[in-house]
Design a binder for this molecule. Structure first.
Ligand SMILES: Nc1nc2c(ncn2[C@@H]2O[C@H](COP(=O)(O)OP(=O)(O)O)[C@@H](O)[C@H]2O)c(=O)[nH]1
Ligand SMILES: [Mg+2]
Length: 304
């Protein structure tokens, strides 16, 4: 756990430097007044927390006594408390119901968001817990995508179901799920394509995939996880909206929180389009992922 907190702190460093540095600059006169509140709001917006979330948080600061001296540390603590309150409802565990065999997890998200990598990381975790896991390579558009999933399958020592390059992804899901049922897999991850530049095409493909999945297992997919790349900042917010229009997103994984100053975007999502957050990723390695903890995340973000 300590190792993870260190990783998380390091990962969020750019974000916390921006927010922490901003707080130091704003509160040189150690006063909470209309001017500093405005500046704080601006800082939160430029830290990708979104207009609505920033206003809400600053509203809480405005309720404090404004004539009293306040230290930088107190500002950080207060910010962490308010952000944690906002984000707590999004802290959800990804629970695998083992009575559902196989438990089907559909991974969606734009190209490069980190779907395949996240599948590899999560498959490893579940396999280590003793579950029988398989992966379906339904991003059939690019040969490299299938190869990448196979590499993760080898690392995680789990079966990968794939078809011919360019084959129909829904058809592949159908065959892959039949195989998973025969093999009595506990969990199946379905990796999908994310070519958002052809939005309607992609969305139709995803919808078709879900229809086909339901033909085999009516209550599946049991989870539809949207993977978001933190470095895209506010764009992640519109991705949540777009994907929710097309599939029933049950939770999020936010990747690449390492090396970006845009870590605040998760607070924007919590404020504007609350969605369960299952995991956060802070690197490319197999262990660079952990369950989302609002408390740890917020403290890392604010630099506490
Ligand atoms: N730094 C960093 N890189 C990541 C993370 N997750 C994924 N990546 C990298 O992002 C790139 C795209 O990931 P990929 O899984 O192929 O995305 P996909 O197109 O959604 O399947 C790869 O180079 C990954 O190694 C993360 O949490 N941190
Ligand atoms: Mg991929």
């Amino acid at each position: 756990m300590v190792a993870w907190l260190e990783k998380l702190g390091l990962g969020l460093k750019k974000s916390s430097q921006k927010i922490g540095g901003g707080i130091s600059e704003i509160f040189t006169k150690k006063k909470l007044d209309a001017e500093t509140l405005d500046e704080l709001e601006e800082l939160l917006i430029t830290s990708d927390m979104g207009v609505k979330t920033a206003a809400k948080i600053v509203g809480e600061f405005a309720k404090m006594r404004q004539d009293k001296e306040i230290t930088e540390q107190e500002i950080r603590e207060k910010l962490a408390i308010e952000l944690e309150k906002l984000m707590n409802p999004c802290e959800k565990k990804l629970v695998i119901d083992t009575t559902k065999k196989p438990f089907v997890i559909l991974m969606v998200g734009v190209n490069g968001a980190g779907k395949t990598t996240t599948i590899g990381k999560l498959a490893t975790k579940l396999k280590d817990k003793g579950m029988q896991v398989s992966l379906i390579a339904a991003d059939t558009f690019r040969a490299a995508a299938v190869e990448q999933l196979k590499v993760w399958g080898e690392r995680a020592k789990v079966r990968v179901f794939s078809g011919e390059n360019g084959c129909d992804s829904a058809g592949l899901c159908f065959d892959g799920l039949k195989e998973a049922i025969e093999q009595k897999d506990d969990v199946v991850f379905i990796d999908t394509a994310g070519r958002l530049q052809n939005k309607s095409g992609l969305m139709e493909e995803l919808k078709k995939m879900v229809r086909v999945i339901k033909k085999i297992i009516p209550e599946a997919p049991h989870e539809t996880i949207l993977t978001l790349d933190a470095t895209t900042g506010q764009n992640a917010l519109s991705q949540v909206e777009i994907f929710k229009q097309c599939v029933s997103v049950s939770g999020l994984v936010m990747t690449k929180l390492d090396g970006t100053a845009k870590g605040g975007v998760l607070a924007a999502i919590a404020g504007e389009n609350p969605t369960a957050v299952y995991y956060i990723g802070v690197g490319e390695g197999i262990d660079d992922i952990n369950e989302f903890s609002a408390h740890d995340y917020v403290r890392g973000l604010v630099g506490l």
